[in-house]
Design a binder for this molecule. Structure first.
Ligand code: SF4
Ligand code: SF4
Length: 121
C-alpha cells in the first residue's frame, strides 16, 4: 500500500513512459462505450479499427504502434485523455508493472531511504 504522503507528493509529469510499454491496455465494456462516444463512432467500429484480442484471449486491448507504444499516444500525450481506459486512469496507484513510473519510483525510493537508514559498519 502506498503511503498517503507519497500519494500527496506524486505529480505526473506527463512523460508518457507508461503509454510506451509493450503490454496490453485492456478494455472494459464501459471503456469501449466511453471511447466510442468520445470518437463519435459506433462501438463496433471502434472495436474493428482500434482494438485487438489480448493475449489472455478474453479481453480486448487497444492496438499498439510498431514500437509497442499505444496507438492513441501522440508525442507524449494521450489523444483520448478524457476518455482513456480505466487501466490508464488507475495507474500507477492501483497497479503497476516492473518498468514502473519514474516519478513514483523516485518517491518510493526516497521513502525507503528514510525508513531504512544505512547501518553503521
Ligand atoms: S510514467 Fe508516471 S509520470 Fe510518466 S506519464 Fe505515466 S504516470 Fe505520469
Ligand atoms: S489510452 Fe492514452 S493513457 Fe492509455 S496507454 Fe493509450 S495513450 Fe496512454
Amino acid at each position: 500500500m502506498i503511503a498517503p504522503n507519497v500519494l500527496e507528493a506524486f505529480k505526473c509529469t506527463g512523460c508518457g513512459d507508461c503509454c510506451r510499454w509493450s503490454g496490453s491496455v485492456l478494455l472494459t465494456e464501459n471503456d469501449i462505450a466511453t471511447i466510442s462516444a468520445h470518437l463519435g463512432v459506433l462501438d463496433q467500429e471502434f472495436i474493428d479499427h482500434h482494438t485487438r484480442l489480448a493475449p489472455n484471449r478474453i479481453r480486448l486491448a487497444l492496438l499498439d504502434k510498431a514500437d509497442g507504444s499505444c496507438a492513441f499516444l501522440e508525442g507524449d500525450r494521450c489523444s483520448i485523455y478524457e476518455a482513456r481506459p480505466e487501466q490508464c486512469r488507475t495507474f500507477p496507484f492501483a497497479w503497476s508493472v516492473s518498468e514502473g513510473c519514474p516519478v513514483l519510483d523516485e518517491l518510493l525510493a526516497a521513502q525507503n531511504n528514510v525508513e531504512q537508514p544505512l547501518r553503521n559498519p
